[in-house]
Design a protein around this ligand. Sequence first.
Ligand SMILES: [Zn+2]
Length: 344
Amino acid sequence: MRATVMYAAGDVRIEDVPDARIVKPTDAVVRVTRACICGSDLWPYKSKPAAEQGQRMGHEFIGVVEETGSEVSTVKKGDVVVAPFAFSDGSCEFCAEGLQTSCVNGGFWGTGDVDGGQGEAVRVPHADGTLFVLPVGEDDALMPSLLTLSDVYGTGHHAALGARVAPGRIVAVVGDGAVGLCGVLAAKRLGAEQIIILGRHQDRTDIAREFGATDVVAERGDEAADRVRELTGGHGAHSVLECVGLEESFLTAMRIARPGGAVGRVGVPQTPAIPGNRPAFSHNITIGGGVAPARAYIEELLPDILEGRVNPGRVFDSTVDLDGVPAGYRAMDDREAIKVLVRP
Ligand SMILES: [Zn+2]
């Protein structure tokens, strides 16, 4: 089968790899019908040292179950399923707590001998715990929005929970990528009264407004912090969603949080320490969030998509086939595309 392999920064190839097949009785094989490129795929795309052994890529996918191992009981051949960006057994104590990303038997796509999602098929470990059956056909018009359940919508929701978004709260979202935009949508869904998006690309902030943002702040650094304070009666936002992971964005998040407020961080950290330790201490700012247990949120977020109340699939502004994946990485890295959908 064919799949996406990254060898070095900027070097993404489509190659023949061994076919996905059942190895353990808890596995399923899923034929991928939709996948996508993630903002977090851009970190290795910018920085990965060259290696002879490439890295299989992709951690967001929807597909059709082709085959199941003898111990798989909750999915069957023909089911249309979404996979969260981490696999999990669904039965350990962390899975029971809704923290599937810390599953004692879990892991991430494209690591070890596990397939990546940007390919024709995937061997899914712990299929019962990992996969979620979708009540739609494989080419349903809702596919782009359903695909966001594998990562970006769940991650935006996690940021909102980490930032303690609740009815009536003032929210600020740092980052206008797909996760930031989904964070706006999640904050709106949780009842935020005012939602400020920090972003400077109008195509993105237009989607943020569609998703419920009430204000756009295009400034950065000190000026952004000043502008957010102006918009919030001088005190900052109760809830700040940090959806980037860079030092500057995290510092901005800390500085625009209202005293006693919370920052929900979901951007993959690109610094060894959490920036903004001093303002966090001075103003009693809670730092929540982390890697999102997307699997835990699928059931809760799905009905609004199925019933048309939200359309997180708006974050996809480009579609490619497998051969178009390397160009898709380039387009996202050049910020020509917000998020690229892949139809293998
Ligand atoms: Zn588990």
